[in-house]
Design a protein around this ligand. Structure first.
Ligand code: KIV
Length: 300
């Protein structure tokens, strides 16, 4: 059964949870799918209220919220904590959790066991894995185990070193064909959707003609069925490297620094707290307290 189209103006309480059929319907109706990352309870609530369709607990959280240099070091335990917090903040969007590097590549059994943790412990609706080749088998195994799985081709940050760094992929015919073959193999393996990251828009246009599942792009042009951005990039919560494909919609870090600076200044100048931030006590109760305490210590 499909769900009615959601608009961001629909009150959150009236929106139905986004399901796999709803995502497929959106693709059929050519209605863009909105996806964003989230890593904690408040960012999930923001995604919920803003009316996005899909939330990804991306392993980009390794860098955006855990401070690692890349996505490689983050563990399943760390990702499960983030995913659980996001789950608690969401009612409507479809929740996808990234399988972190080293948690699924070795065997189908490893992939299934890790994915089951995200479903059982964090309440994820689906998991995402990166790459083609052998990872197509892992995706098939997950789909056959009843775990909805999303693919990810093009720039795959977990294996960026092997790809020659964080750079666009598929920029010549042979490389573009490899991206296309991976995407088609993942589709055939049973992925319900797929991320295209950092590939030329014209390459995306060509591959899209062969896709039958929702494709969510990030730096892959405008012809995909939807778009995803990292929350911290789009809101300006961090000021590190920003890929070409990011559009910044707010400057939240600047505003956070401004607020904390103002607070620090207030504390240092005794401008905070004021009476309105303070609790009171009846004068007679204060007198009783004083009477029960030893006399003031006198300083000699
Ligand atoms: O981890 C992440 O944020 C991602 C998106 C870039 C798709 O995989």
């Amino acid at each position: 059964m499909s769900t009615a189209p959601k608009t961001p103006d629909t009150p959150t309480d009236d929106r139905l949870p986004v399901t796999l059929p709803a995502l497929a319907d959106k693709r059929e109706r050519d209605e863009p799918i909105v996806m964003v990352t989230a890593y904690d309870f408040p960012s999930a609530q923001v995604a919920e209220v803003a009316g996005v369709d899909m939330v990804l607990v991306g392993d980009s959280g390794a860098m955006t919220v855990l401070g690692y240099d890349s996505t490689v070091p983050v563990s399943v335990d760390e990702m499960v904590v983030l995913a659980r917090a996001v789950r608690r903040g969401l009612k409507t969007p479809f929740l996808v959790a990234d399988l972190p590097f080293g948690s699924y590549e070795a065997s189908d059994a490893q992939a299934i066991a890790t994915a089951q943790r995200f479903v059982k412990e964090a309440g994820a609706d689906a998991v995402k894995l990166e790459g083609g080749g052998k990872m197509v088998d892992r995706a098939r195994a997950l789909a056959e185990a009843g775990i909805p799985v999303m693919g990810h081709v093009g720039l795959t940050p977990q294996t960026a070193t092997a790809l020659g760094g964080y750079k666009a992929q598929g920029r010549n015919a042979d490389a573009a064909l490899r991206v296309a073959e991976d995407a088609l193999a993942l589709q055939e393996a049973g992925c319900f959707a797929i991320v295209f990251e950092a590939i030329p828009a014209e390459v995306t246009d060509v591959i899209m003609q062969h896709m039958e599942i929702p494709v969510i792009g990030i730096g892959a042009g405008a012809s995909t069925d939807g778009q995803v951005l990292v929350l911290h990039d789009l809101l300006g919560i961090h000021d590190g490297f920003q890929p070409k494909f990011v559009k910044r919609y707010a400057d939240v870090k600047k505003e956070m620094v401004r607020g904390v600076r103002e607070y620090a200044e207030d504390v240092r100048t005794r401008g905070f707290p004021k009476a309105e931030h303070t609790y009171g006590i009846a004068p007679e109760e204060l007198d009783r307290l004083r009477a029960q305490l030893p006399p003031h210590r006198t300083v000699v």
